[in-house]
Ligand binder design. Structure first.
Ligand code: G1P
Ligand code: ZN
Length: 543
């Protein structure tokens, strides 16, 4: 076996976005494309010689091939050991858990999250640091800078590994261990949650459906829900990971998980429904004939946190991404703890969690998590809900309605305009930026603008500043409209419009969401000129 040094040329555009580098599979299949990016990661790390790297992915098309290449490059780079999930599988939260548990130097997760898979779908790669979380911008920018000058990469010429057999082997002097992808993670969940109460809940006949969307959460959900907690076999549906997710979009929202939503509204609806995405870091929570918004879910978990063993001592603070509704802020205020508002993307929570300033975090994009790892965590959120349902004996709907009655309801929706012409989307945002100074004080469709800005964030831990993180209009009644361009899309631009209206009066908590938000929808179009500039008269996806 030998280490080869191969000549290469830079590829344009290898800049990590909101969550790693995501491109079409066809882009990743170009000779040297993946290798260049991996070498750029390795070149940006200091002190990795002899250390451990954790490696796994969501099982999408190209996953196994990429794992073989990365293991051989890790050997060439001088890592001491690589831990690989069996079959090349590790959910994003399980990878974060493994980095922390095994004291690894970092990890590489192969996923394009909720984007479709298969030969015509998307692929992605993300580097996580030693705390288990996504690399901060300082590192992702260094990786990107390296991609622009790369002239060669190093790789072992060793034969392919058997990814399906648990155990130890060596490759060009580097240790390789194939680990069960579920075990460490399941143990962590057992330590955080009251498994006895949840087991008793299922024993009393509580019913649930977990939709794995043919992505990587299935094996985790089956072991934890069915084997450890005694939920009846068949509770987990679409539980086998498939390379193309069965041709679906593995995104747990009411649009892409429509089958689960329909089932939860049917006569056979179980007590509780949940779904998770491609790499199992997102979650959708559904009650019987009752959907829960991710922003409400975060707020409700925070209120009930002390009912859960892992959070019995209380929470130090909450962090939410800027577009996420302010429901959590009201809970934080009631608990007397701070609520941090960060830019979109989980990487911004890492410092707050490491510093013990925040315990729970969440995003409106069906993501929530806590300091137990440094990624959002789909199965964790489901278990948290189950724990709360088990110890309160209440239904999902009752818990949410009680929450609204106490704190008020934040009507919330996100409108996505996908694959919009990039130039038109950039012009729309530039035009909005140009208007910001003139908006405060104006009344639009009955809403008076109290604040209009381009969100900038100063990290309270390391002082780093992130600018241009979304245009935000805040109205005098606390309602908000936020505009930003997606950093994870792979086709044209995706404009996201986030709409939030606060309603304190319980007599007005039963409006259909889009109806409740109709005034703000009109404001958004008036201010941004969405229809005129993009020629789109309705969003592609409304969640
Ligand atoms: C989207 C979500 C964001 C999430 C990210 C990764 O990013 O909006 O909250 O952290 O996916 O899952 P965006 O495409 O908006 O940049
Ligand atoms: Zn994901």
């Amino acid at each position: 076996m030998a280490i080869l040094t191969l000549a290469t040329q830079p590829f344009a555009g290898q800049r990590p976005g909101t969550s790693g580098l995501r491109k079409k599979v066809s882009v990743f299949r170009q000779p040297h494309y993946l290798e260049n990016f991996v070498q750029s990661i390795f070149d940006s790390l200091e002190g990795s010689a002899g250390q451990t790297l954790v490696l796994g992915g969501d099982g999408r098309f190209h996953n196994r091939h990429a794992i073989q290449i990365i293991v051989r490059m890790a050997a060439a780079h001088g890592f001491g050991k690589v831990l690989v999930g069996r079959g090349g599988l590790l959910s994003t939260p399980a990878l974060s858990c493994a980095i922390r548990k095994h004291g690894a130097f970092g990890g590489i997760v192969l996923s394009a999250s909720h984007n479709p898979g298969g030969p015509d779908g998307d692929f992605g790669i993300k580097y996580n640091i030693g705390n288990g979380g996504p690399a901060p911008e300082k590192i992702t920018e260094a990786i990107y800078a390296r991609t622009a000058t790369l002239a060669q990469y190093r790789i072992s010429d060793a034969a392919d590994l058997d990814l399906d057999r648990i155990g130890h082997t060596t490759l060009d002097g580097m240790q390789v261990e194939i680990i069960d992808p579920v075990t460490d993670y399941a143990e962590l969940m057992r330590d955080l949650f009251d498994f006895e109460s949840i087991r008793a809940l299922f024993a009393r006949g509580f019913t649930m459906r977990f939709d794995g969307m043919h992505a990587v959460s299935g094996p985790y959900a089956k072991v934890i829900l069915e084997d450890m907690l005694g939920a009846p076999a068949g509770t987990v549906t679409n539980g086998e990971p498939l390379e193309d997710f069965g041709g679906h979009h593995p995104d747990p929202n009411p649009v892409n998980a429509a089958e689960l939503i329909a089932y939860m509204a049917s006569a056979q609806a179980p007590d509780f429904g949940a779904a998770s995405d491609g790499d199992a870091d997102r979650n959708m929570i559904v009650g019987r004939r009752f959907d829960v918004t991710p922003s409400d879910s975060l707020a409700i978990l925070a209120v009930h946190a002390t009912r859960v063993p892992g959070y019995r001592a209380g929470i130090a603070g909450i962090a939410r991404s800027m577009p996420t509704s302010t429901a959590a802020d009201r809970v934080a205020a009631a608990l007397g703890v701070p609520c941090y508002e960060t830019p979109t993307g989980w990487k911004f929570f890492g410092n707050l969690l490491d510093a013990g300033m925040a315990t729970l975090c969440g995003e409106e994009s069906y993501g929530s998590g806590s300091l137990h790892i440094r990624e959002k965590d789909g199965v964790w959120a489901v278990l948290f809900w189950l724990n709360v349902l088990a110890v309160t004996g209440k239904s999902v709907e009752t818990l949410v309605r009680e929450h609204w009655a106490r704190f008020g309801r934040n009507y919330y929706s996100r409108h996505d305009y996908e694959a919009v012409d990039s130039a038109a989307a950039d012009a729309l945002m530039a035009n909005l930026r140009g208007k910001l100074a003139s908006l405060p004080g104006q009344t639009l469709h009955g809403y008076t603008v109290a604040l209009a800005d381009d969100f900038a964030y100063t990290d309270p831990v390391d002082g780093s500043v992130s600018r241009n993180q979304g245009i935000r209009l805040v109205f005098s009644d606390g309602s908000r409209v936020v505009f930003r361009l997606s950093g994870t899309g792979t086709e044209g631009a995706t404009l996201r419009v986030y709409l939030e209206r606060y309603e304190a009066d319980p007599a007005r908590h039963d409006m259909p969401t889009q109806h409740a938000l109709s005034g703000l929808i009109a404001v958004a179009d008036q201010v941004a000129g969405i229809a005129a500039r993009t020629d789109r008269h309705r969003p592609t996806v409304t969640t």
